[in-house]
Design a protein around this ligand. Structure first.
Ligand code: PEP
Ligand code: MG
Length: 541
């Protein structure tokens, strides 16, 4: 048995076989093959598998987001079934005696310059689709990540580092837990692991070796330990710990339907944070009083190079609104940038992305994306108690500009005679010292506030939340941060408005008493943290 120690980022025990995820398929080797017939068969098998995957995607998308959006996958399927495409790849493998991965990659570029191919109804607008299907094929051919997602058995994922855009795409039914060599506890990968309830240990270093692939592994997300090929005693102990975790969760279930009230009668709301369609079901199960933060950016990070359409994001928001009934659903406009990069939106190279083009700054630059999101949120407001939240705000001018854009979105919906809530509440995230300092003025302009303690810590301390070298200095309990939370709460309450905390500090049970004392109205946490927080509140005198 080998024992490794890392950083715990999400509680729980995962037991299963280890599978290594290699993201970098950018370097495809050019390999000479002797048996070309066998290589052609390998390509054909991968192609059939890709067609089957796309068929499945097409059916599930039709169910979830409508036929119009599912048509993309049908068209991609068409490319893979196009005789000209199949002929081209097969004859190149035959002539050049090279590996299928290399030929597939090479063919994608040439195909769109070929007038014969264009005559078949494909045009320059299909570039992304040709690249998408090629990537799918290459992944299957090289048995990488996505391919593993289709493995029969659930598995534990290992990687050098997982980015938020990888984590958001993990299939929760297949990935039991994950371990990485690098990463930080304040990153969005960690936030996502907690939100999605995936046990995870990161920062194991180079001792996490690829040769462990296929071996039995235990991830102890409570202690930050990983056991490779565990001995019998450890396996039994960990199974017991896992069962104790289930038991603890079961025990907390008795608090469902109960109030979030201290012994002396002080109340506070508990809501849940989400980022994907799948998380919504967890909120219903968690008995949270609504969605306190919908991180819309994750909807843009799970679609690869394709920007989700207004209809697609509307369908997710609508589901959230309908599922929450009369409870609030706070939808944050996509806070892209920093460590939340989406392949589908070009943010250019920036030397310091955390303080670069991100949040509202990015959205003002991409007006069409901003308007589509606003329309999707407004449309969802016709189905429930929806509020709109502006990320990374630093000035009154930004709020004014965003409100102007919201009016524009409203006008376009009115023209199309679409129903929405004309008085949709507008709130701002407090994530920068600038926003704290003008919180009094902001409180006169907006309806509610949400304090993002993760970024507020990063910007107040002047420390990158994703830099592992400074993790030991990163102190979210710094008196300056606690003072800021108090200042904002007072300013907001002077105007009679509502204030919540949606950063990770909201779930920190050592802080609950302080938050209640200073009068925070709401704490928004990962769905599986709701009941433990309720218990903590009910135990306070
Ligand atoms: C925060 O910064 O605390 C927050 C809630 O936003 P995010 O973690 O998504 O940056
Ligand atoms: Mg933030």
């Amino acid at each position: 048995m080998i024992t490794l120690t890392g950083k715990k980022i999400s509680e729980g025990i995962a037991i299963g076989k280890l599978s290594f995820y290699k993201r970098d398929i950018k370097e495809i080797k050019r390999i000479y093959v002797k048996d070309v017939e066998k290589e052609i068969q390998r390509f054909q098998r991968a192609r059939e598998k890709a067609v089957a995957e796309l068929r499945e995607l097409c059916e599930s998308s039709a169910r979830e987001v409508g036929d119009a959006n599912a048509a993309i996958f049908e068209m991609q399927q068409g490319i893979l079934e196009e005789p000209m495409y199949i002929d081209r790849v097969c004859s190149l493998i035959l002539e050049e005696k090279l590996n299928a991965e290399y030929i597939v990659q090479d063919t994608a570029g040439k195909l769109l310059k070929d007038p014969d191919f264009l005559k078949r109804g494909y045009n320059r607008g299909h570039e992304a689709d040709v690249s998408d299907v090629s990537l799918r094929l290459i992944r299957i051919l090289s048995r990488r990540f996505k391919d593993e997602m289709f493995m029969e058995e659930p598995f534990v994922l290992a990687s050098r580092e997982l980015y938020p855009s990888d984590t958001v795409q993990l299939d929760r039914n297949k990935v039991l837990g994950f371990v990485t060599m690098y990463g930080t506890i304040n990153s969005h990968t960690a936030v996502l692991a907690r939100t999605r309830g995936i046990p995870a240990v990161i920062g194991l270093g180079e001792v996490l070796k690829e040769e462990y692939a296929g071996k039995m592994i235990i991830v102890d997300g409570y202690e930050g330990k990983v056991y490779i090929e565990p001995d019998y005693t450890t396996l039994m102990k960990m199974k017991e710990r896992r069962d104790a975790g289930f038991h603890q969760t079961k025990n907390l279930e008795r608090l469902k339907g109960k109030e979030n009230i201290t012994q002396s009668g002080q109340k506070i709301d508990i809501c849940a944070n989400v980022g994907t369609r799948e998380d919504i079901e967890n909120v219903i199960r968690s008995d949270a009083g609504g969605i306190g933060l919908f991180r819309s950016e994750f909807l843009y990070m799970e679609t690869g190079r394709r920007i989700p359409t207004e209809e697609q994001i509307f369908q997710v928001y609508k589901l959230a609104a309908e599922s929450m009934g009369s409870n609030r659903v706070v939808i944050r406009l996509a806070d892209l940038g920093g460590d939340k990069m989406a392949q589908c939106i070009d943010m250019g190279k920036q030397s310091n992305p955390a303080i670069g083009i991100r949040g509202m700054r990015l959205l003002f630059d991409k007006e069409e994306i901003l308007l589509e999101q606003m329309r999707a949120i407004l449309r969802a407001s016709g189905y429930g108690n929806v509020c709109i939240l502006l990320p990374m705000v630093v000035s009154l001018e930004e709020v004014e500009k965003a409100k102007g854009m919201l009016e524009k979105a409203k006008r376009s919906l009115k023209q199309s005679k679409v129903a929405f809530n004309e008085n949709i509440p507008v709130g701002v995230m407090i994530e920068t010292p600038a926003a704290v300092m003008i919180s009094g003025e902001l409180a006169r302009e907006v309806d509610f506030f949400s304090i993002g303690t993760n970024d507020l810590s990063q910007f107040t301390l002047g420390m990158d939340r994703t830099n592992r070298k400074i993790e030991k200095y990163y102190n979210p309990y710094h008196p300056a941060i606690l003072k800021m939370i108090r200042i904002v709460t007072n300013n907001v309450h002077l105007e009679g408005k509502h204030v919540s905390i949606c950063g990770d500090l909201a779930a920190d049970l050592s802080m609950t008493e302080f938050f209640i004392q200073i009068g925070i109205d709401e704490l928004s946490v990962a769905p599986n943290q709701v009941l433990a927080l309720r218990k903590k509140i009910r135990d306070i005198q």
